[in-house]
Design a binder for this molecule. Structure first.
Ligand SMILES: Nc1ncnc2c1ncn2[C@@H]1O[C@H](COP(=O)(O)OP(=O)(O)OP(=O)(O)O)[C@@H](O)[C@H]1O
Length: 661
C-alpha cells in the first residue's frame, strides 16, 4: 500500500490470506493482474478486485459496499470457519483492512474514491486503469463479466414479460375448467389454476413452492393449456431442462407420471414431451470452452422452455439460457425459492421471487386474471404498489404440500424452520425428556443429541440405515450369472442407495463431510485404509460435470464387482433405467458418499435423510441450509447434533445474497 502506515502493498496483505486458505488462488491472481494495470492512485482497485472475486467464490455476483463498510467480517465471511488461531494473527482482519483504507483516503467516502477511478456509468468503457470492475447503483461492485450477465438477464426477462400474447378468455376458462375442474367457493384461490392462467399473460413465468406442492402437476396442465390454445397448427416445441442430471431424470419421471394421470385426449398427451435434459446438454456444452453451441446467433429450436430446480441455476447459466432462447419463446421457471441457492454465483430464482409469499399483485395483474380466467386474487396478496415488484406479477407461489401434512412430521419441521419459528423448535427439541442422549419422535422426524460423532446411538442409527445396502452387497449373484442378471442386481443396489443418506452441514471436522465418511468407513470396515481407495460397496458421488463420461455433478454410483476375476467397476444409472459399469480409473471427480454435503444433495430425495450439524455455531449454518436438508427426506428425517442450540442458531440465520436482479 503505497501510502499506508504499514508500507505493505495490497498483494502483500492478501498473500498470507491466500497461504492460510482464506482467499482463493484466483482472487490473489486477479489482485496481481490488477496491480500491474492500476495507476499510482488506484491501488484501491487491486483490493476491491480481490474482494469482489472472493465474494464470487462465496456465491455473490457482486460485493455489497454498504455491507463491507458496516460489517466487513460478516460481509466477507472472514476469518473463515476453519481459520486457526495462528492464521488469525498472520492475516489482516477485514475490519482492519477497511479501516486502513478509510484512513488512507481520509474523509473521502469509499464510494466516491471508487468513482474517481471507475466510470460513473456502468455501461461506459473501462476507465483509465482498464479495470474490469463496474460500480453499479446502490453500492454494488461487480466484475464486468458478472455485471453483463445480470444486465442481459434483466433485459431479457423484461422483454419477455412485456410480450402479452392475445388470450381468448372463454377458451382459456373452458380449458382450465376441464383440467382443474370448475372453480368452486372452496377452491376460490386455487393457486395451481391461477399459475396456469398467469402463465398465459406473458412469455415469462415462475412457479415456486416447497416439495410436493404440485409444481409438476401444474406444469403438465400448463403444457396442455398451451398446446390447446396455440395459434399455430404445429404443436409448440417444448423443451424441459434441469441443472443436474439427477434433477433432469426426476423431472422426466414426474412429468411422465403426471401425464399418465391427466384426463385428456391421447392426441394432446402425445404433444407433451416428457424428456428432460440437463441445461448443459440443452445448450450444447463445448469441450474446454465456457460458451455453448446455442446462443443468440444459433438459438434453440423451442417455443417453450421449462426449467425445473431453478433455484440451483446460477447467474452465468441463466445468462446463457436467455441468450440461447428465441425472443418469442416462453420461459417457465419451477423451483423452491426457499432452498439454498446455487453454489456458483447468483441466487437467480431467490432474487426474482423474493417476497413471493406476500403476493404483491398489482391491480393490473388482478384485473387481467379476472377478465381472462375469472380467477380472483385474495385481498391479502394484493399490493397497491405491486408494480414495484415486476417479476412477482408473473409468479405463482404454492403453499400447500400434497405430500406432507403441514401439521405433522417432516412438513411441520420444514415449515417451522423455513419460517424461522424458533419457539416451536425449542418446544420440540427440549419439550419432553431433557436427557443428553435422547431421541424424540414426532411422526416421522426425530432428534438425536449425542456428544460425539462416535457415539453408540449415532452408530446404531447409521448402521441400521445402511443395513439394507450391506445385505444387498452380500447377495451378489453367482459368477455364473448372466450380465443381465448382474444388471438387475445393480439396479436394486442403486435403488437401495436412495433409501438412506447422511447429509453434512459442513465439510471439515468430526461432524463434517470428511469426518462422517471416515467414521462410517471405520464402522463398516474397521480401518481407514479404505478412505481414499476404491473398495467394494463404496458409494460415490460425481463432483463435477464430466462430459466425456456423460456424468453430471451430483450423479450417485456405487462400486460393485460382477465376478471375482473381473475388476471393480462403478455402477451408475444410464438412460431409460439402464446400468452403466465404469472402470474407476476413468472417473476424475468423485467423492465417497456415505455422507454428502447438504449443498450437493439439492435436487435429490432420500427415503430416510439424516441431517448432521456441527458441535458449534458457524456462519455457514442457516435456515436455508437446514430447510434444504430436511426437505430431502421422503419418509423420515433425523436431525443429529451435539447441541440443539446450534440448530436454533442456524434457524435464526437467513442467507442474503447480493445481486441486482
Ligand atoms: N390439485 C391436485 N389434485 C390432486 N393431486 C394433486 C394436486 N396437486 C398435486 N397433486 C399430487 O400431489 C403430489 C405432489 O405433486 P407434485 O409432484 O406436482 O409436486 P412438486 O411441487 O412438483 O414436488 P417436488 O418439488 O418434490 O418435485 C403428486 O402426486 C400430485 O399428483
Amino acid at each position: 500500500m503505497a501510502n499506508s502506515p504499514m508500507k505493505l502493498s495490497v498483494v502483500e496483505i492478501l498473500e498470507p490470506m491466500h497461504e492460510q486458505g482464506w482467499i482463493r488462488s484466483i482472487d490473489l491472481a486477479l489482485a496481481k493482474y490488477l496491480e500491474q494495470l492500476a495507476g499510482p492512485d488506484e491501488e484501491i482497485l487491486v483490493l476491491f478486485g480481490a474482494l469482489v472475486s472472493h465474494q464470487l467464490g462465496r456465491g455473490h455476483p457482486c460485493l455489497d459496499l454498504h455491507g463491507l463498510l458496516y460489517d466487513p467480517e460478516t460481509t466477507l465471511a472472514l476469518p473463515p470457519e476453519h481459520a486457526s488461531a495462528l492464521a488469525r494473527e498472520d492475516c489482516m482482519r477485514p475490519a482492519m483492512l477497511v479501516c486502513l483504507y478509510f484512513r488512507d483516503y481520509g474523509s473521502i467516502p469509499m464510494r466516491s474514491k471508487l468513482l474517481q477511478v471507475l466510470p460513473e456509468d456502468p455501461a461506459a468503457p473501462i476507465g483509465s486503469s482498464n479495470s474490469p470492475l463496474v460500480l453499479a447503483p446502490n453500492g454494488r461492485l461487480y466484475l464486468r463479466r458478472y455485471w453483463n450477465y445480470e444486465l442481459s438477464i434483466k433485459n431479457d426477462l423484461r422483454q419477455r414479460m412485456r410480450q402479452q400474447p392475445s388470450v381468448d378468455s372463454a377458451a382459456l376458462k373452458q380449458v382450465l375448467d376441464e383440467l382443474f375442474g370448475p372453480l368452486t367457493a372452496a377452491d376460490e384461490y386455487s393457486w395451481q389454476r391461477l399459475a396456469c392462467a398467469l402463465a398465459m399473460r406473458s412469455c415469462f413465468t415462475i412457479v415456486t413452492g416447497g416439495p410436493g406442492t404440485g409444481k409438476t402437476y401444474t406444469v403438465v396442465r400448463l403444457l396442455a393449456t398451451l398446446q390447446r390454445l396455440r395459434e399455430q397448427q404445429q404443436p409448440l416445441r417444448v423443451r424441459l431442462a434441469a441443472p443436474t442430471g439427477k434433477a433432469a431424470a426426476r423431472m422426466s419421471e414426474a412429468i411422465s407420471t403426471e401425464l399418465s394421470n391427466l384426463n385428456c385426449s391421447d392426441g394432446l398427451k402425445a404433444e407433451i414431451t416428457t424428456e428432460a435434459v440437463t441445461l448443459h446438454r440443452l445448450l450444447g456444452s463445448l469441450p474446454q470452452q465456457r460458451g455453448f453451441k446455442h446462443n443468440h446467433s444459433h438459438p434453440l429450436a423451442a417455443d417453450v422452455l421449462i426449467i425445473d430446480e431453478a433455484s440451483m441455476v446460477d447467474i452465468e447459466m441463466m445468462a446463457a439460457v436467455v441468450d440461447a432462447l428465441p425472443a418469442h419463446a416462453r420461459l417457465i421457471l419451477l423451483g423452491d425459492k426457499d432452498q439454498l441457492a446455487s453454489v456458483e454465483a447468483g441466487a437467480v430464482l431467490g432474487q426474482l421471487c423474493r417476497e413471493a409469499e406476500h403476493g404483491h399483485y398489482s391491480d393490473a395483474t388482478a384485473n387481467w386474471l379476472n377478465e381472462t380466467s375469472e380467477q380472483p386474487l385474495p385481498m391479502d396478496k394484493m399490493d397497491p404498489q405491486g408494480e414495484q415488484w415486476p417479476y412477482l406479477q408473473h409468479t405463482a407461489m404454492f403453499h400447500v404440500s400434497r405430500r406432507f401434512d403441514p401439521n405433522k412430521g417432516i412438513g411441520k419441521l420444514a415449515n417451522e424452520v423455513n419460517q424461522q419459528q424458533v419457539g416451536w423448535l425449542n418446544d420440540w427439541m427440549y419439550g419432553q425428556e431433557q436427557a443428553t442422549a435422547q431421541q424424540q419422535q414426532l411422526d416421522n422426524i426425530d432428534l438425536l443429541v449425542v456428544e460425539t460423532a462416535r457415539a453408540p446411538a449415532f452408530k446404531e442409527l447409521v448402521l441400521e440405515g445402511l443395513s439394507g445396502l450391506s445385505e444387498l452387497l452380500q447377495q451378489r449373484p453367482a459368477p455364473s450369472a448372466t450380465d443381465v442378471e448382474f444388471d438387475d442386481w445393480a439396479r436394486i443396489v442403486l435403488t437401495q442407495l436412495g433409501q438412506f443418506q447422511l447429509l453434512a452441514a459442513t465439510r471439515v471436522g468430526e461432524w463434517g463431510l470428511q469426518g462422517l465418511n471416515e467414521q462410517v468407513i471405520r464402522w463398516l470396515h474397521g480401518d481407514l485404509e479404505h478412505v481414499d481407495g476404491w473398495f467394494y460397496g463404496r458409494p460415490v458421488m460425481i463432483t463435477q460435470n464430466d462430459y466425456s463420461m456423460n456424468l453430471r455433478n451430483g450423479d450417485m454410483g456405487i462400486v460393485l464387482q460382477r465376478r471375482p476375476d473381473e475388476p471393480l467397476r462403478v455402477v451408475f444409472w444410464g438412460a431409460d433405467q439402464g446400468i452403466r459399469w465404469i472402470v474407476p480409473s476413468r472417473l476424475s471427480f468423485v467423492e465417497t458418499a456415505y455422507a454428502m454435503t447438504i449443498h450437493k444433495s439439492q435436487g435429490s430425495e432420500f427415503a430416510h435423510t439424516v441431517v448432521v450439524l456441527p458441535d458449534r455455531d458457524m456462519p455457514v449454518l442457516s435456515k436455508e441450509l437446514l430447510y434444504t436438508g430436511i426437505t430431502r427426506g421422503k419418509t423420515r428425517v433425523s436431525l443429529v447434533c451435539a447441541n440443539p442450540w446450534v440448530i436454533i442458531q442456524a434457524v435464526k440465520r437467513k442467507i442474503s445474497r447480493s445481486g441486482g436482479l
